[in-house]
Design a binder for this molecule. Structure first.
Ligand SMILES: [Zn+2]
Length: 158
């Protein structure tokens, strides 16, 4: 079989449509995390660029806390635990696309931090169970509380 990952990134119309829907609405794990955050009373903006000059979109944005949360898919963002599983048994390396994603992720984090933002990157695998998702949401709430001076998040505030 040809090297599958060398095929065009979105090789069919169906894949292209699915991927663009994911960018708009988020993946399943990201949606699950958002539901937990919402249940904890946190409010956020989705898929916006919090620093307009950077033009980098963030999955979940807490503007007042200056907190940026990314949910990184294990495969496309090169998770050290699960990235390699997809590359077969004859050794592995990150396909160019994944290497580029990782470089860009690090760059995005550095640029946001330089603008005074706190950046949290969550691996998709941390959201593979309800308990795991809950734990991540609680960590994010703790960061939110620290950043905003503690207390319960007032409803409707970002
Ligand atoms: Zn993973």
């Amino acid at each position: 079989m040809a090297e599958r990952w060398r095929q065009p990134f979105a090789s069919s119309e169906a894949v292209r449509r699915r991927m663009s829907a994911q960018r708009r609405e988020g993946t399943g794990p990201e949606v699950a995390l958002r539901h937990e955050l919402h249940a904890l009373g946190l409010r956020y903006r989705l898929h916006v660029a919090p620093v307009p000059s950077l033009r980098r979109k963030v999955d979940v944005v807490f503007s007042r806390a200056r907190l940026a949360v990314f949910v990184d898919g294990c495969f496309w963002h090169g998770c050290p635990e699960h990235g390699r599983r997809h590359h077969g048994v004859n050794g592995w390396y990150w396909p160019d696309k994944i290497a580029r994603n990782r470089t860009r992720d690090l760059d995005t984090t550095a640029r946001l931090e330089a603008e005074g933002w706190r950046v949290v990157r969550v691996w998709e695998h941390d959201l593979s169970s309800p308990a795991g998702t809950r734990a991540v949401a609680l960590e994010i709430r703790a960061l939110w509380q620290r950043a905003t001076g503690g207390g319960a998040p007032p409803s409707g505030q970002l």
